[in-house]
Design a protein around this ligand. Sequence first.
Ligand code: SF4
Length: 223
Amino acid sequence: MKGLSKYNFNVSEIFYSIQGEGTRAGLPCVFVRLQGCRLRCSWCDTPYALEINQTETLMNGAEIIEKIKSYDCHFVEFTGGEPFEQAEIHQVMKHLVDLGFVVAVETSGYIDLAFADKRIIKILDVKCPGSGMSKKNKYENFEYLTKIDEVKFVIADRADYDFAKGICDKYSLGSKCDSILFSPVFGKLDNLQLAEWILADRLNVRMQVQMHKYIWHPDKRGV
Ligand code: SF4
């Protein structure tokens, strides 16, 4: 693993759990949560992973890959925080794909995705107004979407829903990737309400709930 030992990543946690979101919900998955995010979404459920200057576990790329291999699971998701704030992680992801892993990354919309390996499944989180961070969306990133990618809207209320619908239309997101995810903010927007809005508008989107928050206690870490 030449070149992967040079940079030490600030890692919040690495754990093995059930994927709770997206088109692969329900599959066992290794999660690599990197520390640090410049956004402050009002409903963020990983406040412990936001401060990049708060050093958690320092691991180089080779050590991260060894840890991932120890779980004997071929599906890996990088999350955060914002994984691409530590830009060298691109090399680790690329190496994992070369090794045959299925690699996904959950990324917020404010980091340039031009450098992301096309073989990696990008789950692009577009910030709705209720997050307080919608001005940070970098819509140019839609250019880098491919069919394997997913666009996610976390929806707190009707204004967020209308915003998400408008963005889907304006950027023809349905033609850019196969999965557009509408996800209610846990504990804030009723699941049934969101389902009814989607059905009333005949939207061709995938509604999702965060399955892990129903399996385990919603505040439990490492799942
Ligand atoms: S982008 Fe993600 S990690 Fe960053 S504040 Fe928002 S929800 Fe939290």
